[in-house]
Structure formats: C-alpha cells, structure tokens
Design a protein around this ligand. Structure first.
Ligand code: ADP
Ligand code: MG
Length: 665
C-alpha cells in the first residue's frame, strides 16, 4: 500500500514514512483527511484596509530592493509592498533565499497576519501563494511541509478520480440534495467557490453522520435476546431502605427507569448521566441489587484501580450483610488471585464483581451475568462496553458518565443508548453563587476574598492556559502569586502549577487541604481531584478564555461544604459568561457551549480520529444531526429495503474499526 503514496509527486521515502506515522497509508487515507481550515485567496484585501490582527490575502507588488537585518540567530528579510490603495511592509524570518525572489516590481499574492511593530504596519511571515483560489490548510504532520501536503492531496485526487464511486443510494442523495461523492471530495479540498465548498462539506458530513448512527443501531440490534430479570416491586423500595439517606427524586426516577428496562425481553442499554456528586453510584448499586434479587450476577467496571477499590468497599459494606458475595478483580492481583477470581466468577460463587479492565480480558467467563455497569463511561470505547456485554447472553448494560454533554451530541456519541439523567444534587449542598467581575472591581473582589479568609474560609485563584504552553502559564501564575502575596499580606498564599515536581505539588495541595494555607493560586493543568469543603471562594482569571463547560467544571470545586460559596469570573461582562451566573445546570451550559464553539471543540484531541470530518464540519449544525438521526431511524425500520441494505453495508465497513475509538474524553 505504501507504494501508492510514493507514486505521488513530491513524496520521497522520508515523507511517506512521516505520513505513515500519522496513520496515512493509502491514497484514500490521504484524501479522507480533510482540511482543518481554508484560506480564501479569491478576494485579496486592499492594503488601505489592513489593520493589526487582520489575517488575510493581499495582492501587491514589491517596491524597491528588499533589505536584510541581522539579530542573534535571526535573519530578517524586509520588503516594502504596495497595491493601488496603499502600502505596508512584509517581513520574513530566517528565509534568506527569499531576498532574490523579491525583486522590485514582482507581483505577489501573500497570505498572513498584520501586526503593528514600532509604529509600522507589518505583514508577518506571509506565505507566497500561487493562485487566487480557496486553498486548504491541513493539520500539520511533522516532516511534511504544507505545500507538499497540498500538492500530494491534489495528485491523489487526480489519481483516484473514478476509483471511489458514490456508494450512497441515489434515492437518498436526491431526497437530501446531496452532491456526488467525487465532486464532494474534490471540492472539500480544492473548492471552486464557497458554494461548492458548502455543498461538499454538507455531503461528507451527512454521509459520515448517517453511517455512524446506522452503525450504532447495528451494535444494538446485533445483541441477542437479553437477559430478562424478575424481581418484586417491593425490591426497589427495599433497596432505598438499605441506604443511610433518602434518595433524591432524580435517583428514584433513574432506578425506576432501569427497573422497567430490566424486566423487558430486550436487554437494557442505558446511559446514566449526572454531575459529579449527583449520586450515580447509589443508583448503580440499586440495579445490581435487582440483578442479585433475580438470581443473576452483576459486574461493575471502573476506569481506575483506585475507583474500583472504592466501589468494591462500598458494595461490600452494603451487600455483604445481606448475604451477597462481592468480589474484586483488577489488574494488580497476583496470578493466583486472578485464577481464584476467574473460578469464583465462572462457578457463580461471586454474585457481584467490581473491577477494572481486567473484567473484560480474555479468559474471564461468568456463570450467569445479568447486568454490566461501566462507571465514567466516557473513558471506555463503544467496543469495550459491548465486549463486556458479549460475556453473557447479552446482559443488560448501564453506563455512567459525569461529563454533561448536550442531548443533541449524546445522540451521536451514545446514539444506541437510552438516557437517564440525575439533574438534582443530594440535599445539603450549597449552589455556587457566580458573578462576573470586571477589572475595575478587582480590588473589591480581593476585599471580599480577605473577608472570607478572616472568617476562616479558603479560596482558589485559577489562571488560564493562555497559549497552550505550560511555561507561559507557569510564569503568569507565578506573577499573580507574587502580586497576591504583596496585596494580601495577611493571607497565607500558595502556588501550584504544572511545571512543578509532583511531590512539591502534592505537598502544597495537601497543605491547602489541611487548611495550612488560605489561598491557592493554581493553573488549570493542576486538575486537582482535591476535595476541600472549607474552600468557599474561587476566582477565575481571564474567564473569557475558558469554555463555559470548563468553567462549570472548575467551579464545582467550591460549594462542597456547608458554607455559602462564590465563584468570580474575572472578565469583562458578556452574554456568554452571564449564563453561568444564571444557571448551575450542567446540561444547559454544555448545550450553550456547543452552540457557541461547535461540537468539534467539545471532543478532546483523542476524539479527532473518530467522526473526524462529520463532527468537526458540523460546527453547530444540529439540524444536520437531527436529519441524519431521523433518516437512520427510518432506514432501520425498513430492514428489507434495498436502500437500507446498501447503507448498512457501508456503515459496517466504515465503522468496523473506528467504533473502538468512540469515547468522549
Ligand atoms: P457521583 O455521581 O459523582 O458518582 P457519588 O455516587 O460518588 O456521586 O455520590 C457522591 C456522594 O453523595 C457520596 O458520598 C454519596 O454517599 C452521597 N449521596 C448519594 N446520594 C445521596 C442522597 N440521596 N442523599 C445524600 N447523600 C447522597
Ligand atoms: Mg462516581
């Protein structure tokens, strides 16, 4: 297959290897990797309209001889450029060969960003472009320069012309006005114009989303008849009696929904979503109780050993007194313990098991598995959750997640699951009061913080990750820390950031937890799982730089105790931030976040492999999502239709491997 790529112009062995390392092995891989962005060179900006910060195309000619300046390890080439409307200076760093090319009078098509330096408007390190077109910008691959990438894709499209026939049924294409596949591919890379780009992207996104949703429903219908549980109505009530606290209404509702599923012929496939602390574990235990009462085994899978251990101890404490036998199976067991655990599971000696991945490794057999629960589901892939499912006769499956994701998005990620939501926190938690604090009120805010410190409370001050570099972030945090020490001499201020040694960081976090320090200045890299009920105030610097969902997660660190809690968003007031002052509903916030930033952003880096095109292209197009969702449903309702068969075959092929990767992070 590698030969395919090496036949492309401009790709020597080293570049082919670089591509392969990035997972690009075939022509098809190459053209499937759609541009991350585009540069519109069709309508250059007149120089008189240029201003600092503007990124644009410019068509101008070189005026006079270019000059060179030297600084340590820096060689700067400067050329004065002009068009009919005005002039500017273009500069390049360490590209000495340009000097010869920039002869006076040469017409240039440039693309870059303007900046104001020492009173001079400069176009900085612009690329020299060839044609007035909309050109693709690809996510960088180390070892393959952008221009080589572009030309390789262009050549691959030419070579592949006609090789990739349109496989979407014609009727479907007509119904939704989707353009032909080759046209779509070509125009997604090298659009003729904006209209053809939009049509191309719509076509590709539609196909991807549709196939994905069909693949998800296949997963579900592939499941054999489920394990039907039978328990008494009182069992549900009895379970709540076992707990030391009355359930919230949301918890009751969720367990009721599960009880209904569990009694049906089809296996349960349900997602339980709820903010951190909403009490998902109790609901999970409820379902395990019902499985046990029905005479079936139940398994609970956690993403980490620590969490598994904790769940195991809790389950043991709750169920052992009733006579249920609870086991633990994690990767850290000795070989002998492993063998014993396997034996206990396959013989049915254990009624319940809590564990990690070890629960789904080869060789684990269950006696009669009736229920499978995965905690913090977003860390597991779809394939993994079905894998565990396959251990028995299609047991009932419950997955739990604390990451609030918008309903529209959960249709994609968890399209095969029914949804229960814990939208209510157990009583006794104080909702966090949130306020936007403009610069002018900063002093007053510090006054408030000091007041709380004097009352014995503690506070967090959070610095944002500004330019994705920990070094810069650490410096900013350091500065703020210094400032606060000066400003608030009475308070014991401490600092943690991602550049610190882990032991140092842990020691300072521990000191804060113990109340030995009052104010903790922290960067977001420190994703502390700290639980400090005495901390009742949080100030978030440059709050405008964060996503709403992230701000919501951050403020969850306060309001954990009995004290009235506050979160200050230091930023100029905006509609966006105001939402946080109005609601603590994680779902509403996630929904808004997606609307504003597009769903692509909602997925972590690791996510980019899946739904690469569809999702990132979607950019807030919930319309298209709904359309494909409904179409997928309609298709699956007519399983004998020729159209459905075609789409199903496509979906199986397209997602055979990628279903593994479907995991929110
Ligand atoms: P999460 O949803 O984050 O997994 P947990 O299940 O860990 O939340 O519950 C968080 C805490 O709340 C636990 O200490 C649990 O015992 C407690 N809790 C759960 N439900 C209730 C309730 N109905 N009333 C009071 N406390 C509860
Ligand atoms: Mg939990």
């Amino acid at each position: 297959m590698m030969e395919e790529l090496s036949r492309l112009p401009g790709l020597g062995p080293a570049r082919v290897r670089a591509l392969e390392k990035a997972g690009v092995r075939t022509l098809r891989d190459l053209v499937s990797r759609l541009p991350a962005a585009y540069r519109d060179l069709t309508a250059p900006t007149p120089l008189c309209e240029a201003h600092p910060g503007l990124e644009c195309a410019v068509a101008a000619r070189v005026v006079g001889e270019p000059t060179e300046q030297f600084a340590p390890r820096l060689r700067i080439t400067r050329a004065r450029i002009a068009d009919e409307s005005g002039d500017a200076v273009a500069i390049w760093y360490n590209q000495p060969w340009l000097k010869k090319q920039l002869y006076p009078g040469r017409e240039l098509l440039l693309y870059g960003r303007f900046a104001l330096r020492r009173g001079e408007l400069q176009l900085q390190s612009p690329t020299i472009e060839q044609e007035r077109a909309i050109v693709p910008v690809y996510r960088a691959i180390a070892g393959v320069p952008p221009r080589a990438m572009r030309e390789a894709v262009r050549a691959a499209l030419e070579m592949g012309r006609g090789q990739w026939p349109d496989e979407l049924p014609e009727g479907l294409r007509r119904r939704y006005g989707l353009c032909e596949r080759n046209f779509a591919l070509y125009n997604a890379h090298f659009p003729l114009n904006r209209e053809s780009l939009a049509a191309a992207r719509r076509r590709i996104a539609f196909e991807e989303l549709l196939l994905y949703q069909v693949a998800l429903s296949l997963l579900r219908s592939d499941a054999r008849a489920g394990v039907k549980l039978s328990f008494a109505d009182e069992d549900v009530e009895d379970f709540w009696e076992l707990l030391p606290f009355p359930p919230t209404n949301a918890q009751k509702r969720a367990l009721y929904e599960m009880a209904r599923d569990l009694r049906m012929d089809a296996p349960m496939a349900r997602l339980l979503q709820g903010d951190v602390g909403s009490g998902k574990t109790a609901v999970a235990f409820g379902a395990m109780y019902l499985a046990w009462k029905s005479g079936f085994q139940a398994a609970l899978m956690a993403p980490t050993e620590v969490l598994a251990q904790q769940h195991f101890e809790d389950a043991q404490a709750l169920f052992a007194p009733l006579g249920a036998r609870v086991g633990l199976l994690t990767g850290s067991l000795t070989k002998k313990q492993h063998a014993q655990a396997h034996e206990a599971l396959s013989s049915g000696e254990w009624d319940m098991v809590v564990g990690t991945h070890a629960l789904i490794t080869e060789g684990v057999a269950y006696h009669d598995l009736g229920l499978v629960i995965t905690d913090e589901q977003h860390r597991f892939g779809v394939r993994q959750r079905t894998q565990l499912g396959k251990k028995g006769e299609s047991p009932n499956v419950l997955v739990m997640s604390a990451t609030p994701i918008p309903r529209t998005l959960s249709l994609i990620v968890y399209g095969d699951l029914d949804l229960s939501i814990l939208d209510e926190l157990p009583p006794g938690r104080t909702p966090v009061k949130t306020r936007v604090v403009p610069e002018a009120k900063r002093a007053a805010m510090y006054g408030f913080v000091m007041e709380k410190v004097r009352e014995g409370r503690q506070a967090y001050v959070i610095c944002p990750l500004v330019d994705k570099s920990e070094a810069v972030e650490a410096r900013d945090a350091q500065e703020l820390y210094g400032e606060l020490c000066k400003l608030l001499p009475e308070a014991r201020v401490s600092l943690v950031h991602g550049r610190m040694k882990a032991v140092e960081k842990d020691a300072r976090l521990e000191a804060f937890r113990k109340g030995e320090t009052d104010i903790l200045v922290s960067t977001t890299v420190v994703e502390v799982g700290v639980n400090v009920p005495n901390a009742s105030v949080m100030a978030i610097e440059n709050a405008e730089r964060f996503g709403l969902a992230q701000l919501h997660q951050l403020r969850g660190r306060v309001g954990r105790g009995q004290y009235e809690s506050w979160c200050f968003l230091v930023a100029e007031p905006s509609e966006r931030l105001r939402l946080l002052t109005q609601t603590t509903d994680g779902f509403k916030i996630a929904e808004k976040d997606m609307e504003l930033r597009g769903p692509g952003e909602m997925f972590g880096e690791r996510q980019s492999g899946m739904l690469s095109t569809g999702l990132s292209m979607l950019a807030g197009d919930t319309q298209l999502l709904k359309l494909t969702h409904d179409e997928a449903r309609a298709l699956m309702k007519r399983p004998d239709d020729e159209e459905t068969k075609q789409v199903v075959a496509l979906a199986r092929r397209a997602f055979r491997e990628r279903l593994d990767e479907v995991a929110l992070n």
